[in-house]
Design a protein around this ligand. Structure first.
Ligand code: F6P
Length: 552
């Protein structure tokens, strides 16, 4: 990696070593305009990063790193459909999935180029026709009944994005056209849970798998096939199944018909595939209109990311704040708290988007990075998180930056509840930053008549050190458009960070080894199978597992 980038990271560390450089509250005292200068506003969307220790010098240092990493060049190459995923010789052209056909986006292949926009438009029209036919009952069950439920089978990117978006767009709605259940884990209990109370005669099964070889998905699809065929006969299978995949040969071999198969290309990464046919569950459950609005919102964010100057660019700024926390301050975790119950699984999706993309230790030229990359991401909905792990964020030994996500308007008729939700979000961010001093606690306890012995013993435990950073992402309303915009904001943040860290954000070689080993162990778990040649611990556990099952 370039000396310029190494120097830029070193400079960030020097900036963080300045006296008081980790403190936030003095920055507000020094700069009365901080609250507006350290936030980015685009339409109704605000990313407020003023509650961080980033000052003008730090921001310059971060933009210096962006220049050293040629972020603008990367952005051009990404949108030009160049192979920004060199280890798989692929482009990362998920933006074409949400762009209008006229955008004319193209994606480089190992040899040649795809007219990405044209391919997407053709498949999107087929999807829309399919969704409308299902909703109208023109595409019906083997019994002639209208489909009322979707069983969406898939894992990782073929599950999390569609699950988050479907929940966001249907929870709390009474007029959603269909209900969706999601089945991802190969655990047989998950199958029982997902099909419990479902009527096979009214269930359309979607098998989402980019590769159509993923063990969990193929096994669950076979179980679902047996479930449908057992209830309605083998002839029902083609009517009750649809597939969403790049592997059309494997789909056909499974027995899913061409008119129930929706394809996409290798330049769509699994964790970016909710916008592709993999999102069919969203469109079926929420309706085509909301699905299209979600795509429009994401495309709006794509254009903002592509065109806005770096200093006004929301994904860029969000990425730079994260880089400050990881590479200057040494934070190794990132918390996401969406104060919206409809986004309750958003952290799970962002875990894959961030950690599968940027959980890397080797730069594009194959050498070790020499700097930290992706932090561990976790989260829960607010306010629930306040009653579980937020204690550690306030008073633990680590500094854990938080993203608070909040819509100003709710879609229910209890304004008091929404104000309470918002009050909690703002209060948490404020408490993390301002904390509470021991002197204030002592005075408060004395006022309430506590004994000196109690004050001495308890006050230190109540101190909240403050100076803990957070971003607040605030927008008008959680609708399909703003949902698409929000998810695309994080996708591009991740791409920017990958560029600055000099890594390939679009491959995921680390997950392969476990898959291969699982394939080898599986036959050893069948009764009478010969023992394998693993390490002693793994051999011992396999033997014990078989003994506990009475299959030694
Ligand atoms: O195991 C990780 C992964 O490869 C993800 O990248 C992907 O989203 C998931 O598996 C599912 O893969 P597929 O869509 O091919 O079934």
């Amino acid at each position: 990696m370039t000396d310029l980038r190494i120097e830029a990271f070193a400079h960030l560390r020097q900036l963080a070593a300045r006296p008081d450089a980790r403190r936030i509250t003095p920055l507000f005292a020094r700069d009365p305009a901080r609250a507006t200068r350290f936030r980015a506003v685009w339409g109704d969307l605000t990313v407020d990063f003023s509650k961080s220790s980033i000052d003008d010098a730090a921001l310059e240092g971060l933009f210096h790193l962006a220049a050293a990493a040629d972020l603008e060049g990367f952005r051009r190459r990404l949108f030009a459909g160049e192979r920004v995923n060199p280890t798989e010789h692929r482009a990362a052209m998920h933006m074409a999935l949400r762009a209008p056909a006229a955008a004319g986006l193209r994606a480089s292949l190992a040899s040649g180029t795809d007219d990405a926009s044209a391919l997407v438009a053709a498949e999107r029209n087929r999807m829309q026709a399919f969704v409308e036919a299902v909703h109208a009952g023109r595409k019906a069950s083997a019994t002639g009944a209208r489909f009322t439920h979707v069983l969406a089978i898939g894992i990782g990117g073929s599950d999390l994005g569609p699950l988050v978006a479907t929940e966001a767009l249907t929870l709390g709605r009474t007029d959603a056209p269909m209900q969706a259940r999601f089945l991802s884990n190969v655990d047989g209990h998950a199958f029982i849970h997902a099909t419990k109370g479902l009527d096979p005669a009214r269930t359309l099964v979607l098998v989402a798998s980019k590769t159509f070889t993923t063990q969990e998905t193929v096994m669950n699809a076979r179980a679902a096939r047996a479930w449908i065929a057992g209830a309605l006969g083998e002839a029902a299978v083609p009517l009750h199944f649809a597939a969403l995949s790049t592997n059309l040969t494997a789909v056909a071999a499974f027995g899913i018909t061409v008119d129930h198969t929706f394809g996409f290309r290798d330049w769509v990464g699994g964790r970016y595939s909710l916008w592709s046919p993999v999102g069919l569950a969203i469109a079926l459950a929420a309706g085509w209109g909301p699905f299209q609005s979600m795509l429009d919102g994401a495309w709006a964010m794509d254009q903002h990311f592509r065109d806005a100057p770096l200093r006004e660019n929301l994904p860029v700024l969000l990425a730079l704040v994260g880089i400050w926390h990881v590479n200057a301050l040494g934070c190794d975790t990132q918390c996401v708290l969406a104060y919206d119950d409809r986004l309750r699984r958003l952290p799970a999706h962002l875990q894959q988007v961030e950690m599968e993309s940027n959980g890397k230790r080797v730069t594009l030229d194959g050498t070790l990075t020499g700097w930290d990359t992706c932090p561990v991401l976790f989260g829960e909905p607010g306010t629930n998180a306040q009653h579980s792990f937020i204690q550690l964020v306030h008073q633990g030994t680590r500094t854990i930056p938080v993203d608070f996500i909040l819509a100003a308007n709710a879609d229910h008729d209890r304004p008091d509840a929404h104000r309470a939700l918002a009050a909690n979000a703002f209060a948490q961010a404020e408490a993390l930053m301002v904390g509470k001093t021991e002197a204030a606690i002592r005075a408060e306890m004395a006022d309430k008549g506590a004994s000196q012995a109690d004050i001495d013993a308890i006050a230190p435990h109540r101190v909240a050190p403050g100076e803990r950073p957070s971003n607040t992402i605030l927008f008008s309303r959680l609708d399909a458009f703003s949902l698409g915009r929000l998810i695309a904001l994080y996708e591009h943040k991740v791409a920017v960070q990958g560029c600055l860290w000099g890594i390939d954000s679009f491959d995921q070689w680390g997950v392969e080894l476990g898959k291969v080993l699982a394939g080898g162990i599986l036959p050893e778990l069948t009764p009478g199978a010969a023992p394998g040649t693993h390490d002693a611990s793994t051999n011992g556990l396999i033997t014990r597992f078989r003994a506990l099952r009475g299959e030694a």
